[in-house]
Write a protein that binds this ligand. Sequence first.
Ligand SMILES: *Cc1c(COP(=O)(O)O)cnc(C)c1O
Length: 392
Amino acid sequence: MRFAGMDLDGYIEKSRFKETIYVARPTMPSKEEYQGYLSSIWETLWLTNEAYWHQKFTEELKKFLEVPELVLFCNGTIALLIALKILNIEEGEVITTPFTFSATPHVVCWNGLKPVFCDIQRDSYNLDPNCVEKAITPKTRAIFPVHVYGIPCDVEAFERLSKKYSIPVVYDAAHTFGCKYRGKPLCGYGDISVLSFHATKLFTTAEGGALVCHTAEQARTAYYMKNFGIADEETVVGVGINGKMTELSSAFGLALLPKVPEEINRRQNLYKLYCEQLKDCHGIQTVSVPKDCEWNYAYFPIEVDREVYGLSRDELFQRLRRCNVIVRKYFYPLCNRIPYYAERKDIPKLPTPVADEVAQRILCLPMYGNLPYEYVIKICELIKTFPEWTNT
Ligand SMILES: *Cc1c(COP(=O)(O)O)cnc(C)c1O
């Protein structure tokens, strides 16, 4: 397409969305159905403390996700905090990825442990098991990978490392709701996995999260720990915290759960449309569906190759934002480049060249079930047209 005589400002003025297009929007349960749940809460006057809807939601989630043990939380971060806490590690290092949301290393520090950032794999964006093995020292207490964008980590390799060095593996599985790997729920791998139900995630309870584990004993400890360490009226078993999910959130989740397959299906269609629209756009690379995986299509990341595309990721970011498309640089800056972590002298600093490169190129485009197909086409049209003006 040629735009003779039109400058970039003119093009953006003509082409921008009139409304704001966010990178994510929550899927909502049916209002009527949720109101039904609310009515019962108004009758019982039970708002929290693992009451009826909390129990029911726990059972339904276990069935839906096909996991043996699951404990609900007020959010994913507190669930991650407890996941590390119940491993009973007093001090030492936890190996994790820099290419993640900052909550991942934060919970390591909240537990008095040191995050050691290792590099990622170029194709999966996930923690590289080879780098991890090289970083293991006598101080290493856990491996803490993240399934970024719901793309499975090399779970087999981490299992081998876990056995070989007798170190537990805890997965930040915040992005994996509904994902399966080799026929098994992705959030069922490792010693413990944690899901997030934040409003920006594929499945939400406004705020919320869940800890998934394999033994009833770990589940019980997690259960106590999210309730101040209280085992019964007169017994406190440890330093707990308040991490309980409310009845309002539990009911929200229950009402929303049946809509998840449709949500994933819709996102899959959007994914295909994006890929189709961008396949001939040189310098813009989309992500393939991971191998052996039933994916959830939770995010739509692209990589921008400045040399080929003609614009940098940041230039594309700015132009899309000017067009009212609120794209996000998930995950830039890398966690090991956040000043707090970069400046902590007591944390080993390993080179992360792959993560550094990816963080300069990655951009997440809008992805949510209710995103209209026409919007995807228009967003891709913008992306394909912007390089007409490379030097403004
Ligand atoms: C969202 C997210 C979290 C935190 O979950 P909250 O429920 O918002 O506390 C942790 N890790 C990753 C990778 C996330 O994307």
